[in-house]
Write a protein that binds this ligand. Structure first.
Ligand code: BES
Ligand code: MG
Ligand code: ZN
Length: 496
């Protein structure tokens, strides 16, 4: 969908649809020429004020075919998530009416205490993300999507901030849509090489992209990452994205699991829903989405400049005559030896080398990883939030705050010494799983990763639940959510 914004003109509009927001007991002011249709709408009793309820009416004069309303409930109760969902409902209404171009009137009273810029970001995200659908490869080109062109008309004092917010919202939504697209793609199309190719496209300006190949990994002794990749004919890639703006003070690393298909390897998964393991690269998807945003100016206007390194270890996990076996011992690039008790706990293995390499190479002030690491986190927290754990309370608090700000909730799980002890091994320094008798499956994944970050402030986000399967958002219909792209950008923008 194309979205523009401008100021609400005094003069009459022409077109298919103008949508406005309707509060209980207070009619939107659409200007003199539309006053009659608003009055008639109210009198009909069909104007729905309830939250996210829609209605539409036909003016009997002028150049506008329809006036639509999205109900907002009681005035004064609106928050950012409410605006985001309102945007999605407005888009859906236009789509349902088969309208290709429409206007959305936004008045400053529609966001009240919420600053104009933030309100505009949220509304734009709702509109753009609500319109998203994965377009699978098909024999016939699909019909062009409805509701494709929108002009947001703003009426209020802080118009300049509002329009800047729309621009930023377009950056965050395009990045989220980029992430959704690569996440939804099947494993045979979204291979490690494909992700690497997409990442290369971000280079330019302050952003450099480098791809480490398997021969480089061998030189660097990345035995954990190479061990996972051994069963696959697809070459593993280690994607490195380096955003280094002039005057950058600190360095932050963001690492994402880019496992493009997880069969489990020799510890093979059951067949049912194995296709969903296309989503096992969603941590990488979030990091690639973040760099999509950065490459489109997502960090512009931020005062405190930070160097941001994105790291995506990418491989497949397949069974094969040459695949690694349960009981194999591999050595990560920092020298830590790992007993691979379960080849299906492979995400932590590819992350081990990525984290150790990032810590050693970039000496970051903070490092965060995101991964669809455990089925257990779905049991613990469900699909509407991510789990977070780590070795630094302040960093965890920053991530929770960023998630709250973008409505991508993050909930902390404990990670204590007792959990780290559970993965001691007789045959190596550590094993890649704890005994099932311990329980705490998600925490043991975090405990494993903690061995590879040393003293660097670090947090691990387990997004196995949040990456797909959520159902509470109007601006997400099905499939990959593109989760954490917006919150990561928010978190980075809030660094000082
Ligand atoms: N990619 C999976 C985690 C996963 C499973 C995410 C189901 C979403 C839904 C991961 O690689 C994995 O297989 N983890 C194992 C770990 C276990 C062997 C300790 C799991 O969760 O079963
Ligand atoms: Mg696995
Ligand atoms: Zn996996």
């Amino acid at each position: 969908m194309k979205i523009r914004s401008s100021n609400f003109p005094g003069k009459p509009l022409r077109g298919e649809l103008l949508t406005a927001l309707a509060y209980e007991g207070s009619l939107p002011d659409l200007g003199k020429d539309l006053a009659t249709v608003v009055k008639r709408a109210k009198a009909s009793g069909d104007l729905a004020y309830g939250r996210r309820k829609t209605s539409h009416f036909y003016p009997d004069n002028g150049g506008l075919k329809r006036v639509g309303f999205v109900g907002m409930g009681k005035q004064g109760k609106m928050d950012l998530e409410g605006l985001r969902r309102t945007g999605a409902v407005a888009q859906a209404q236009a789509e349902k009416l088969g309208v290709e171009r429409f206007y959305l009137l936004v008045d400053e009273r529609d966001h009240r205490r919420i600053p104009a810029r933030q309100a505009a970001v949220a509304l734009t995200e709702g509109l753009a993300l609500g319109a998203y659908r994965y377009e699978p490869p098909r024999k016939e080109e699909p019909d062009t999507r409805m509701g494709q062109e929108l002009e947001i008309l703003y009426r209020g004092k802080n118009a300049r901030e509002f329009h800047a917010g729309v621009k930023h919202g377009l950056i965050t939504s395009a990045a989220t849509i980029f992430a959704r697209d690569i996440e939804n793609m099947p494993g045979n199309l979204a291979t490690p090489s494909y992700l690497a190719k997409e990442a290369r496209g971000f280079s330019g300006g302050d952003l450099k992209v480098r791809i480490l190949e398997e021969k480089d990994m061998e030189k660097l002794k990345m035995g954990a990452l190479l061990g996972v990749s051994r069963g696959s004919v697809q070459p593993a890639k280690l994607i490195l994205m380096d955003y280094n703006p002039r005057g950058a003070k600190g360095t932050i690393c963001v690492v994402g699991k880019g496992l493009t298909f997880d069969s489990g390897g020799i510890s093979i998964k059951p067949s049912a829903k194995m296709d969903e393991m296309r989503y096992d690269m969603c941590g990488g998807g979030a990091v690639l989405g973040l760099f999509h945003a950065i490459s489109n100016g997502g960090m512009q206007g931020v005062k405190g400049k930070t160097r941001v390194i994105g790291v995506v270890p990418s491989s497949e996990n397949m069974p094969d005559a040459d695949a690694q076996k349960p009981g194999d011992v591999v050595t990560a690039c920092d020298g830590t030896t790992i007993e691979v008790l379960n080849t299906d706990a492979e995400g932590r293995l590819i992350l081990a080398d990525a984290l150790a390499y990032a810590v050693k190479t970039y000496r970051p002030d903070k490092i965060v990883d995101l991964a669809t690491l455990t089925g257990a986190v779905v049991v613990a927290l469900g699909h509407e939030m991510a789990g977070v754990m780590g070795n630094d309370d302040d960093l965890i608090a920053e991530l929770i705050a960023a998630g709250d700000a973008t409505d991508e909730p993050v909930w902390e799980l404990p990670l204590w010494e007792v959990h780290r002890k559970q993965i001691q091994s007789k045959f190596a320094d550590i094993a890649n799983i704890n005994s099932g008798a311990h329980g705490n499956g998600s925490i043991s994944g975090g405990a494993f990763l903690s061995y590879f970050v040393g003293d660097t402030p670090w947090a691990h986000m387990d997004i196995a639940g949040a990456a797909w399967g959520a159902s509470s958002k109007n601006y997400h219909r099905s499939g990959a959510v593109g989760v954490s792209v917006r919150m990561l950008l928010q978190w980075l923008r809030d660094q000082r």
